[in-house]
Design a protein around this ligand. Structure first.
Ligand code: PMP
Length: 381
């Protein structure tokens, strides 16, 4: 199987499993305990926290470990909304992941006003529209760094500057961005930043919210007061150790990997467009993650193409992995102005650390054959 679905999850990188196993087999205690085994666990936790902090260039006291990107997004949005007693306005975009969209919907149901900024045909919001929408009533802006379906990057520098000028906290879901593009100091000037370990080759079910010093958050999980009282619950030590290991591994490689992926993706896109000339790459003109290609293919059902390619030994995705299976067209291409029929044709290829030129060549060939067959009306001809 050739795996080209790194935005759904990136296979665990070498060395990560070993770091996780060590925490499970070393008989470490509870990081909150004062005895020796507890202190050993605390040390593992602290080391991982430092590694994640280094990945995003923040002080380690800013890192709140969570059960993944979904929980971090909930803590950021509902934590700020609850601080504001669900009054005032929340600004987000029309292309956010459901784990941002749905807490925003919830805040709206509880009484907040939610403004969902539209995107243009390339999938980007217009900072001028954000500037107009920001008022003294705004409590939070939540806009993603990179879209999971298209890889399109939002103008986070401008967004951050506008929020800072308005004195409004900026939450940025960087789940797809982190590990794929460098996060030098202030690359994303956010007050709240969401990360997820499994998107960079770490374990699933582990993530973090990076919380700025000035941000007031109401905790969403109450109990033992772990994570500086912001997220109670005994820490997922093996997951966190895996997150730390992958953060340490990835941080010095991001720049080089992103260059390799850019070249590989260019080869992929040139090959695909040569063999299927009427394919449309979503957000082709916009700045994008180096690894992601979302394609609309007139007259082809995306879900069927994914299944056909699966049988041929290739793993790609149609729309967002999280919403596939539901068979509702994704909100992202719709927000970019595609019609329903074209939206249903969208497939996503996302490369990663284990992708090779050979795999890309084989994929281009298989893609061409599969699209050809589907267009001729027979899957198994
Ligand atoms: N945000 C984005 C942009 C994502 O792509 C995902 C995962 N599909 C999430 C949040 C949720 O992350 P997790 O799977 O760690 O809950």
């Amino acid at each position: 199987m050739i795996y080209l679905d790194h935005n759904a999850t990136s296979p665990t990188r070498p060395g990560v499993a070993e770091a996780m196993l060590a925490t499970l087999t070393r008989q470490e205690g509870n990081p909150s305990s004062v005895h020796g085994p507890g202190r050993a666990a605390r040390q593992t936790l602290d080391e991982a926290r430092r590694a994640v902090a280094r990945l995003v260039n923040v002080h380690d006291s800013r890192v709140i470990f969570t059960s993944g990107g979904t929980e971090a997004n909930h803590l950021a949005i509902l934590g700020v909304a609850e601080q504001a007693a669900f009054q005032g306005t929340l600004i987000t975009s029309a292309v956010e992941h459901p784990s941002v969209r749905m807490p925003c919907d919830k805040a709206e149901q509880r009484g907040m006003t939610v403004i969902r900024l539209p995107v243009d045909a390339s999938g980007r919001i217009d900072p001028d529209q954000l500037e107009t929408a920001l008022t003294p009533d705004t409590r939070l802006v939540s806009i993603m760094a990179a879209n999971n379906e298209t890889g399109v990057l939002q103008p986070v520098t401008e967004i951050g500057a506008l929020c800072r000028a308005a004195g409004v906290p900026f939450h940025c879901d960087a789940t797809q961005y982190a590990g794929k593009l460098p996060l030098q100091a202030d690359a994303i000037p956010a007050d709240l930043l969401t990360l997820s370990a499994h998107k960079l080759g770490g374990p699933k079910g582990c993530g973090a919210l990076i919380v700025g010093a000035a941000v007031q958050l109401t905790p969403q999980l109450l109990g033992g007061g772990q994570e500086r009282n912001r997220r109670s619950g005994t820490e997922n030590l093996s997951g966190i150790a895996g997150f730390g290991a992958v953060a340490q591994l990835v941080a010095p490689r991001i720049e080089a990997e992103s260059l390799v992926l850019t070249a590989l993706r260019q080869k992929l896109e040139e090959g695909l467009l040569k063999s299927v000339p009427d394919a449309v790459i979503l957000g082709a003109q916009a700045p994008r993650l180096p690894n992601t290609t979302a394609l609309a293919l007139p007259g082809v059902d995306g879900e069927t193409l994914v299944m056909t390619l699966d049988l041929a030994g290739f793993a790609i995705s149609s729309g967002a992995a999280c919403s596939s299976g539901k068979n509702t067209p994704s909100h992202v291409p719709l927000a970019m102005g595609l019609d329903h029929a074209l939206t249903r044709s969208v497939t996503r290829i996302s490369l990663g650390w284990d992708s090779t030129e050979h795999a890309v060549d084989r994929f281009i060939h298989a893609f061409h054959r599969s699209v050809d067959r589907l267009r001729k009306g027979s899957h198994f001809a």
